[in-house]
Each structure stands twice: as structure tokens, then as C-alpha cells.
Write a protein that binds this ligand. Structure first.
Ligand SMILES: Cc1cc2nc3c(=O)[nH]c(=O)nc-3n(C[C@H](O)[C@H](O)[C@H](O)COP(=O)(O)O)c2cc1C
Length: 380
């Protein structure tokens, strides 16, 4: 049999070191919510020498459904991290600031469960180090500019903490974007142009490792950014349609079928979080929202805001159905949760049009790490 195997000739990427943790392949798999990056994907990436990241979004719903037992957000987060940590390697969690109601409980559970990393964006995680002493857990903000990094460093300094690393996410990423609609295509906002000032700022605050994200797809892309001064990369879309990803079969098919022109940034109707959000335009929920066919059936409340009495009851999608889609239901449906009742919403990075098949994490990690494909028969 002419089996194809990967062979590492020499390690071609330098390790990434964060808070004394030596990550042999400098690739962080980006958190993908809702329910795409759960323990099977995170554990598989960790096993191959990268960092596996769980998404904290709606874990209470997802874990309760999987186990048939009601879990609150703390218990569900603790459970998911513990399962991922059963694999060898480094595992962390992505906790979005925009998930206001669950934010602090998610952080506490992640630290208590021994997550190696908490990566936090979709808003500025200004209070993250104040929630609980992180112990061995590294705290990593996501920023889109040097200015945002400076704000965070100044605030964290007053809390007696310094970011253990920073993720710089450019405008080609999936999910919510840290740029206004009119800033997305600016030359100055290309990842390669954002990197030098962020690298300088990271140096000013003590050589904080910089991880770049958004539009990185191949081994050569990784090498290029490392040569430019990045310490590592974070990649989402490349892992979206893997065997181990928990996206539904329909979601993976939509990614494989997506062409360049199908990938758009939704603004109005857009995410109730108020940030531009990249989607496949054929996503059933997006299409219904455009035609205003879908009144929000909010029963999830993950992005709820406080009302005048301080209770989490408000959602922009409930208040202005014309301008916002019901993101919790749409994304839960894309992860196969209530998909028979709810319309899915497929978020992707710009590179989704390059994904043409479902692959295993091992195949992708071998390729990204620069291992060479050889035929077993040629091994002698
Ligand atoms: C399906 C999907 C879901 C995502 N969900 C989140 C999320 O919940 N929180 C977050 O901070 N980033 C999220 N992202 C961004 C990724 O973590 C990652 O940084 C980004 O997609 C990198 O760009 P790439 O997809 O071109 O590799 C998501 C991306 C995708 C594709």
C-alpha cells in the first residue's frame, strides 16, 4: 500500500513561550463560538503541539444538552476544560467580554479548572486580572490596535498584572471584528501594517509575546509573520471544517461550498453586540433577517445587557429586529442545537472559500508545522 505520511525533517517553526509554557508548534486554534471549538477540537490541537481553545459561549446550554443534566455556566466551563485537559498539551478558553452576564463565572471556572490560557476579546477585557488571581493561567487580551493594547496595559498595571501575551486580530478574521465597517478595508488596518506598532507597544510593556490572527492559512503565512516579528499565530477558519470541530454537518458543508463572493460582513442587520460580524451570506438566519421574516425568539440571553433595575433583560435584537439578528439562537443552531427549530447563522473568516474538504486536525497541524508529505513506499 502506498501510504502517505508526514515526516518532520527539522522543526521549521520556533516554539512559542507564554508564562513559562513552551508550546512546540506556535499555533493557537482560535476560540470559535457558539459550540464549534469544544473539547474534541481543543484536545486534538493540543495533542499535536499547538494550543487548543474552547469557546465559552453558551457552554451551559451545550454541556447540559450533551450530558442530559442541568449545568450552570461555572460547572459547564469547568467540565469542558477538564475534558480537554485529559489530552496531553496546552488548553485554554476564549471568553468574550460581550457575554456580560456569564463573563466572571466563566473566568473563575477556567482558572479553577486549570486552563492554561484565558483569551478575551469582543470588547476590552479591562478588569480581567481583578476577577480572580490567575495562578498558572495566562491572561491574554485580544486587540486590534496598539492603542487598545496600551489602554489594557495601563489598566492592568494598576491591578498589578501584565498581559502574558496579546492576540492582535486583523480584519480578515471570523466572528466579531474589532473594526468599524469603514475601517475594514483600510490599507493601514492590514494585519502586516498593524503588527509593527503593536510589537513596539508590547516591547514597551516588557516584551509581551504577540500572536497574530485573521487570514492566516498556510505554513508560509506563519513563517512570513514570524519573520515580521510575531511570536505565534492564532487560526480559526482553518479548523472550522475539521473532523473534530463541533460545527454541524450543514455548517461544514456551507464552509466547503462558500465562494469568495459569499463571505460578507454583516452590519445591518448585524450582531446585537454592535460589532461587524462576518458571515456566509446564504446563512438561513441572515437571509430571513434581511427580509425581516424572523422575529427574535430570545430564550437564551447570552448577550443580554442590564436594564434600569440592573437585571439582564435587554437585547438589541429584541428591541430592534430590523437592525439586529438573534445571534445566540442562530449560532446555537449552527452547532446542531435545536437546529430543527432554529435557523443557522454561519460565521467564517475570509479564507473559508479556500476550505474544500473536511480534514483531521492532525493532517492540518502536520502541514502547518511544515512537516513534509512523503510516501511510505519511498521510506525503504
Ligand atoms: C466560526 C468562528 C467563530 C468564532 N468565534 C469567536 C469567539 O467566540 N470569540 C472570539 O474571540 N473569536 C472568535 N472567532 C475568531 C477566531 O478565534 C480567530 O481569531 C479568527 O477567526 C482568526 O482568523 P482566521 O479565521 O482567518 O484564522 C471566531 C472565528 C470563527 C471562524
Amino acid at each position: 500500500m502506498n501510504e502517505e505520511i508526514f515526516q518532520q525533517l527539522e522543526p521549521s517553526l520556533p516554539p512559542l513561550i507564554i508564562k513559562d509554557k513552551k508550546i512546540s508548534v506556535p499555533i493557537i486554534q482560535g476560540g470559535m463560538g457558539v459550540g464549534v471549538s469544544l473539547y474534541p477540537l481543543a484536545g486534538a490541537v493540543a495533542k499535536e503541539g499547538g494550543v487548543g481553545i474552547i469557546s465559552s459561549a453558551c457552554l451551559d446550554r451545550l454541556v447540559s444538552k450533551r450530558t442530559g443534566k442541568k449545568h450552570n455556566i461555572y460547572d459547564a466551563t469547568y467540565e469542558e476544560i477538564s475534558l480537554a485537559k485529559a489530552s496531553p498539551g496546552f488548553v485554554g478558553i476564549n471568553i468574550m467580554v460581550a457575554l456580560v452576564r456569564d463573563y466572571e463565572d466563566s473566568v473563575r471556572a477556567a482558572i479553577d479548572a486549570g486552563a492554561d490560557f484565558i483569551i478575551s476579546g469582543a470588547g476590552l477585557p479591562l478588569r480581567l486580572p481583578a476577577i480572580q488571581h490567575p495562578g498558572d493561567t495566562a491572561l491574554i487580551p485580544i486587540v486590534s490596535s496598539a492603542r487598545a493594547l496600551e489602554l489594557i496595559c495601563k489598566k492592568w498595571e494598576r491591578l498589578g498584572y501584565r498581559p502574558d501575551a496579546v492576540v492582535l486580530e486583523g480584519p480578515l478574521a471570523g466572528g466579531h471584528l474589532g473594526f468599524r465597517m469603514d475601517q475594514i478595508d483600510l490599507e493601514s488596518n492590514k494585519l502586516e501594517n498593524l503588527l509593527p506598532p503593536v510589537k513596539d507597544m508590547a516591547g514597551k510593556y516588557g516584551d509581551i509575546p504577540v500572536i497574530v490572527a485573521g487570514g492566516i492559512y498556510t505554513h508560509d503565512d506563519i513563517v512570513r509573520f514570524i519573520k515580521m516579528g510575531a511570536n505565534g499565530v492564532q487560526m480559526g477558519t482553518r479548523f472550522l471544517a475539521t473532523v473534530e470541530s463541533s460545527a454541524s454537518a450543514l455548517y461544514k458543508k456551507a464552509v466547503i461550498d462558500a465562494k469568495d463572493e459569499d463571505i460578507i460582513v454583516a452590519d445591518k442587520p448585524g450582531s446585537p453586540c454592535g460589532l461587524p460580524f462576518r458571515v456566509i451570506k446564504q446563512s438561513p438566519m441572515y437571509q430571513s433577517s434581511l427580509k425581516r421574516l424572523r422575529p427574535p425568539k430570545c430564550d437564551k440571553g447570552t448577550v443580554l445587557l442590564k436594564d434600569s433595575e440592573g437585571k439582564f433583560t435587554r437585547c438589541p435584537a429584541k428591541e430592534s429586529n430590523e437592525h439586529f439578528f438573534c445571534i445566540c439562537n442562530g449560532l446555537l443552531s449552527s452547532a446542531g442545537y435545536n437546529s430543527e427549530k432554529e435557523e443557522p447563522l454561519y460565521t467564517v473568516g475570509t479564507n473559508a472559500s479556500r476550505v474544500d474538504k473536511i480534514e483531521s486536525v492532525k493532517t492540518i497541524m502536520d502541514e502547518l508545522a511544515g512537516k513534509t508529505l512523503v510516501s511510505a513506499s519511498s521510506q525503504g
